[in-house]
Write a protein that binds this ligand. Structure first.
Ligand code: ADP
Ligand code: MG
Length: 257
């Protein structure tokens, strides 16, 4: 009984990892949440979650020679289960992306919500897989016109693989009128609603430096409140079928992108 939600953007540095952990913590007040750093080429969730010194990560699960039980790479942190990924380029090169299907299928057994922190550019088999596996996609964007078009591309990919848009999180929002206009345009272009406007905030950067998710580091901040609102609007739909693990295991990885 799980809903898999990919957090994607079409571009790096928009705040996907920040948003994955913030939404995860907010949802963890109600649901059993597992977050996975499925951005295996540019993993950085480990730094955001204070897990940069752990020995076993998702990379170990994705490499045949080092594969071990999924539980060995799963850490109980901040009220969630967290599966970080390592940053070694060698491990990334040896990793078999297809193995992510079995990892996600195993994790699905103990979760209501699986959040998959996804790669920025959806341009390879390993990059597209989190979106292929997801039921829905949260798109994280800065409130600019070029970012909207990146996000719309990400949405197109998601739709191609059967995932709908859960909504858009506008991040790093500054006080100006343009944001309102862009948010209105976004509601027209995206299938989902605007989930939140998260302000640009020094506290978000400080949380990252402290190796703590925003909702742990600064729970009373305006940015944290915006993420809690986004989580409420997400309206999680834990799957009703028991065969969800089979769906993950048998997901078809596109040959051509
Ligand atoms: P991504 O995963 O999309 O690459 P991150 O979540 O790692 O992006 O964020 C990139 C950088 O931007 C981090 O240093 C993070 O602290 C910072 N950042 C993200 N959101 C905000 C915000 N709302 N205000 C200020 N800094 C932010
Ligand atoms: Mg990231």
């Amino acid at each position: 009984m799980v809903e898999a939600i990919a957090v994607a953007s079409g571009k790096g540095g928009t705040g996907k990892t920040t948003s994955t952990l913030a939404l995860g913590m907010a949802l963890a007040e109600t649901y059993d949440v597992t977050v996975v750093d499925a951005d295996t080429g540019m993993a950085n969730l480990l730094f955001h979650a204070g897990l940069d010194d752990v020995k076993v990560t998702l990379h170990d699960l994705l490499v045949e020679e080092t594969a071990t039980a999924v539980a060995d790479a799963t850490y109980e942190r901040f009220g969630m289960r967290v599966v970080p990924c390592g940053t070694s380029l060698a491990a990334f090169e040896r990793a078999e992306p297809a193995r992510l299907r079995d990892v996600v299928a195993d994790l699905a057994a103990d979760a209501d919500v699986l959040l998959l922190d996804s790669p920025a550019a959806l341009d390879s088999k390993s990059a597209i897989l989190p979106v292929v596996l997801a039921d829905r996609v949260v798109v994280v964007l800065q409130p600019t016109i070029p970012a909207l078009s990146d996000g719309i591309k990400a949405q197109e990919y998601a739709r191609t693989y059967g995932a709908e848009t859960a909504g858009v999180v506008f991040n790093r929002v500054r006080d100006d009128e343009e944001t309102e206009t862009i948010a209105r345009q976004a509601e027209r272009y995206f299938g989902g609603e605007t989930l939140a406007l998260v302000p640009e905030s020094d506290l978000v950067r400080a949380a990252r430096r402290a190796g703590e998710p925003l909702l742990s580091y600064a729970p009373d901040s305006a940015a944290a409140a915006a993420y809690r609102e986004a989580a409420r609007r997400l309206d999680v739909r834990p799957g009703s079928s028991e065969d969800v693990a089979d769906r993950f295991r048998s997901a078809v990885i596109p040959e051509r992108l």
